[in-house]
Design a protein around this ligand. Structure first.
Ligand code: NAD
Length: 476
């Protein structure tokens, strides 16, 4: 099995070791990936460095942009195949995987169009001087992505890096990377020079650790859990290398008594159920003003009862948990919730599933006490925690009462309150009377507190993948 891409060649691990990959909807091994480690990471970093010093390094910004646009177009042409690969590998319903591939293509389109528009500045300075601030690529960038949205995560991190002129070494999740490997093949077929994109499949503690600690990497972007994020920070600090961390979340949906519930309730349910709760920006805390608590909870519960978790090709609302380890973690979490006597208000149905698959139905618990584990800890599964609040001040305190600060939503018809809440909640994105877990290629995205730092998505991401040089020219 050759799943390691170095200098344009697909390779096996040098010692031929492999990792078994489970199919989440059956729990059976369905493929393998190469188990790369330090040896492969060294070769991949060298290949990326060579690409910068040769063909890829000579591409103009316009040429890089044109290439990304062409790849985006190719992805749209082959969207059905890629979605099928993604759906089998992650277990997510085919209709959701199809949507993910459209978002993937958008990353190529957006950063392809942006590549030659990341202008520098001219700064007024002393008489007789011209000062230019130019953007330069950082060099070789290291990228580590998780298993929940493999193709979207790939587009989100690889497209701005390539648009800015870097050469990449990427370690996808060993648990779900089939779509990423397929996309890389398409990129090379469309003319991406050898070495501009290198991929090392393997375990996090082997290939991932080798990449984050490599002395010839100029930036590491990491999307994953806060615990591993801290390890990435330590490893990059040792080499004085910057990092971008996109970590976990426990995002609040804050519903005031004057909210339009016909609009709010479906959005709240789908933001949790989407990808079976395995979305960093899922709205997992449902904070409801006390006077409408019962009404909101009963309307959300009714919707939960109609949700179907099933096989990826069955048209179900959601699929299984993507990895065996996470499935076991989520089950243990739910077991603790039952043991603690927390009321289960509603659950979705498992429909036509295969025994052995990693299925968990969506569940609504409430009222969750503020000091309960579920009030603050990320489950990364389909579990929604309902909690009452009294007034605006209490809503702000409760919304900010976790270690995370990724996304928040405020549901209210009061315009002044919308603004006050948006300014008071600690988060990288705040939605008012809407929610956007995962979408919005154009929208800067990232965390505060333990949700991480640095920004991906949007034009601003190009700043993360470049550095500035100030050129001071005295012409008198
Ligand atoms: P994880 O941290 O276990 O793994 C993420 C990636 O890091 C994988 O590729 C893994 O192989 C690698 N890795 C593991 N150990 C490593 C090490 N020691 N050094 C370097 N790399 C290592 O996370 P996960 O379980 O795959 O994903 C779930 C977590 O990711 C959740 O906390 C979720 O909220 C978060 N997440 C965040 C975002 C975001 O944009 N903020 C998006 C998706 C997921």
């Amino acid at each position: 099995m050759k799943t390691i891409l170095i200098n344009g060649q697909w390779l096996a691990a040098h010692d031929e070791r492999l990792i078994d990959v489970d199919e989440p909807s059956t729990g059976k091994v369905f493929t393998q990936v190469s188990r790369g480690g330090e040896w492969e990471v060294n070769a991949a970093v060298q290949s990326a460095r060579q690409a910068l010093n040769s063909n890829w390094g000579r591409f103009t910004a316009a040429e890089r942009g044109r290439l990304l646009l062409r790849i985006g177009n190719r992805i749209l042409q082959q969207a059905k195949e890629i979605a099928q690969i993604e759906s089998r590998d992650t277990g997510k319903p085919l209709h959701l995987a199809e949507r993910d591939i459209v978002v993937l293509a958008r990353y190529f389109e957006y950063y392809g169009a942006a590549a030659d528009k990341h202008h520098g500045e001219v700064i007024p300075y002393l008489n007789g001087y011209t000062v230019n601030v130019v953007h330069e690529p950082l060099g070789v960038t290291g990228h580590i992505i998780p298993w929940n949205y493999p193709s979207q995560m790939f587009g989100r991190t690889a497209c701005p890096a390539l648009a800015a002129g870097n050469a990449i070494v990427l370690k996808p999740s060993e648990e779900a990377c089939q779509s990423v490997l397929y996309i890389a093949t398409l990129m090379m077929e469309e003319g991406l020079p050898d070495g501009a994109l290198n991929i090392v499949t393997g375990f996090g503690h082997e290939a991932g650790a080798a990449l984050t600690g490599h002395p010839d990497i100029n930036l590491v972007t990491f999307t994953g859990s806060p615990g591993v994020g801290a390890l990435v920070q330590q490893a990059t600090a040792a080499n004085h290398v910057p990092c971008v961390l996109e970590l976990g979340g426990k995002s609040p949906q804050i519903v005031f008594a004057d909210a339009d519930l016909d609009k709010a309730v479906p959005a709240i349910v789908s933001a949790l159920v989407q990808n079976t709760g395995q979305t960093c920006s899922a709205g997992t805390r449902l904070l409801i003003q006390r006077e409408i608590y019962d009404e909101v909870v009963s309307r959300v519960a009714a919707r939960f009862e109609s949700i179907r978790a099933g096989m990826p090709d069955s048209g179900a609302d959601c699929g299984p948990i993507i990895t065996r380890a996470q499935f076991e973690r989520v089950q243990a979490f739910i077991h603790r919730l039952h043991e603690s006597g927390l009321p289960l208000l509603a659950a979705g149905k498992l429909d036509g599933i295969e025994p052995g698959g990693f299925f968990v139905p969506p569940m609504l618990f409430g009222p969750v006490p503020r000091d309960h584990e579920l009030a603050t800890a990320e489950v990364f599964g389909p579990v929604l925690a309902a909690m009452p609040f009294e007034d605006e001040a209490d809503a702000i305190e409760l919304a900010n009462a976790t270690e995370y600060g990724l996304v928040a939503a405020v549901w209210t018809e009061n315009g002044a309150r919308q603004q006050r809440m948006a300014r008071s909640v600690v988060a990288g994105q705040v939605y008012i009377n809407c929610y956007g877990a995962g979408g919005g290629v154009e929208l800067p995205f990232g965390g505060r507190k333990k949700s991480g730092y640095g920004r991906e998505k949007g034009f601003i991401a190009l700043d993360e993948f470049t550095t500035t040089k100030t050129i001071v020219n005295c012409f008198e």
